[in-house]
Design a protein around this ligand. Sequence first.
Ligand code: ATP
Ligand code: MG
Ligand code: MG
Ligand code: MG
Length: 431
Amino acid sequence: MDTIRLEDVKNYVGQEVRIGAWLRNKRGSGKLQFLQLRDGTAFMQAVVVKAEVGDEIFAKAKELKQETSMYLVGTIKEDTRSDFGYEMDVNDLVVVGASEGYPITPKEHGTDFLMDHRHLYLRHIQPFAVLRIRNTMIAATYEFFNKEGFIKIDAPFLTGSAPEGTTELFSTEYFETEAYLSQTGQLYAEAGAMAFGKVFTFGPTFRAEKSKTRRHLTEFWMIEPEMAWMDQAASLEVQERYIAYLINAVLERNSYELDLLGRDKELLASYTKLPYPRVSYDEAIKLLQENNFDVEWGVDFGSPEETFLANHFASPVFITNFPKEIKAFYMKRHPTRDDVVISADLLAPEGYGEIIGGSERDTDYEYLAERVKAEGLDMDEYAWYLDLRKYGSVPHSGFGLGLERAVTWITGEEHIREAIPFPRTMTRLRP
Ligand code: ATP
Ligand code: MG
Ligand code: MG
Ligand code: MG
């Protein structure tokens, strides 16, 4: 007999099938046992009736401990009382792997405890739902960029340079010299765009974030598209189409998971309405000041400002043209102002803050060489990057989306550590 996955039992109503599952919980009496099961694709209840299975199988069912793995043979029935909609009437039960003293009991546990047991906690409802949605967003990312004519190139994770500033840099011994863990693949993506037109990188990114916020990990995954022959306006359109594509994919494929998390699907659907508002940094500062924020022109936004701005528009919102001083050296100068650069951050509503940062890139060799020097960066490390401006430089734009930021927002989680299988933060390196 084939083993059926729980997500497929809907196709077997009234039939006898075999499933392979783990026990989450059970309750019952001397005559009846209700087994709460999971198999990684869904959660379902199975019912063991002593009068039907006989003493021996019933005794086995009564002995089962949390996380015991087993094969169950039984008949699938509709069950309108459960969210899942189906249950199994068990005819036979074979234990595969015993389990004793599983530490994560159905009672409440603190966050540290759950994170210390992350290797086991992955089996529970919340990580199940969040990480399956994350998987959809990864698949949808490849779909979207492939459809739009991008090719994926991979940037190295070991580098000799630090384009996002040296304060958040991890370094490691590299034979006779020192290497850094990549903070962004962007400069490499630019080389890729000059070679292939439209490219994206998608890989782990490392930043020694010393602040303990609910939005920062020290290791996160970033998607960095880079597009030759495209200005910033065109890039913003790609960005909003991409976000809408991600949300639609999750709404279509993860309805069950969104329900498990209690996420408001109508609210999510409202974020697929395009275009998103474009608000200049100047206007944003004014708006914040009018609403009693103590901010001066020139500061970068923190969480309170980002939360206010996106909630104000009840939509993801692009904040455009940031001050040059708070942005990376490669961002394109504004044509009529020398204090701002052609950049935009996409802020998500509901307090999730910056999801995307992007810009048009400056194309001028002399200007960029000066900026590299002014930032105190090592010219030798950037010579290859500046080369891109020497041989057929063209207008180009790009952006970076933090996967876990987007997952946290779309799943409605409170903390970014939930959005990655094994989170890394200042205080967490294991499991
Ligand atoms: P923030 O202002 O929130 O610190 P940033 O401006 O430093 O972010 P960028 O360098 O613009 O970040 O990186 C692009 C994207 O990567 C961000 O918009 C965000 O989605 C994500 N990101 C940045 N830092 C982190 C981090 N430490 N953990 C998770 N995601 C991050
Ligand atoms: Mg940062
Ligand atoms: Mg930022
Ligand atoms: Mg940014």
